[in-house]
Design a protein around this ligand. Sequence first.
Ligand SMILES: C[S@@+](CC[C@H](N)C(=O)[O-])C[C@H]1O[C@@H](n2cnc3c(N)ncnc32)[C@H](O)[C@@H]1O
Length: 278
Amino acid sequence: MKQGRMSQTALKVALGLVTLSVKDDWAQRLPPGLVDVSERLLLASGSPGYGPRLMRLSKQPWMIRVYQCQDRMMIPGQFEAFGHRKIFMQQQVEAAIEQGARQVLVVAAGFDTLCLRLAPQHNQVQFFEIDHPATSVAKARGIAAEGQPANMKQIAVDLGERALSKVLSEDSRWQSSLPSIILAEGLFQYLTDDAVRGLLADAATCVPPGSRFACSHAIPGERPVLSFLTRLIAEPWKSAVRSEDLHEYVEGTGWTVTSDVDTDSTHGVERYAVAERR
Ligand SMILES: C[S@@+](CC[C@H](N)C(=O)[O-])C[C@H]1O[C@@H](n2cnc3c(N)ncnc32)[C@H](O)[C@@H]1O
């Protein structure tokens, strides 16, 4: 990621969801409030071009064709996959809370709206978001405008420079003894394989056994256009793993994959998984 610049891919995910909401029945399928909050966070971000005009254009039916064309050229199925991913992650968080999780941590949150939307519904749960400072600061403006829930905390940190465990150990609110769920959505592909495993191993030290880690990960494949463009915006993809190999991939990190092998091609070039802290 370019030093000091907010994540372009985080902006793109949120904007893609705004357009997805005008396709077929996606407005009903996406978690309630997600699109409206995403739109307001994007507007408040102050990112050049992300103004009311772009929001209006993004909801024009022809924009769907733009994304479909992008899918064909670059990342097959990814337009709708963002919707599937948001639904999957929310389901994991709701299930974990139902089963006793008391902390939700979204790593590399981007303009994700989950904490903002769910924190007011779950007063007994603490919600945390971590992201790179450049993106965090831009999102903080939107969070302030929405009204930051008392049980939600945003932490701005470059995880390439500081370990997650160190960051959380210095936070007075985070309690390593509480059952938790950690999300890493659309993050692993921006880290090397070693960094992914390092993050998992480090995260394992921050939560008690029984806690969960829900993630998406890229699957291997030749994607020359995507590769070129992600390098151009200084957010290259660095890792990929087949869902079939994930169990072995996370071995030794303190987590065991508990979800089934994800063979769902509607998830685009990613697959989803849940692991449990043993
Ligand atoms: C593709 S975006 C995904 C955003 C969000 N999880 C979503 O799915 O909507 C990747 C995110 O990773 C964050 N990120 C990348 N490198 C990071 C780092 N070293 N430390 C903290 N966050 C980082 C970016 O700021 C960005 O928000």
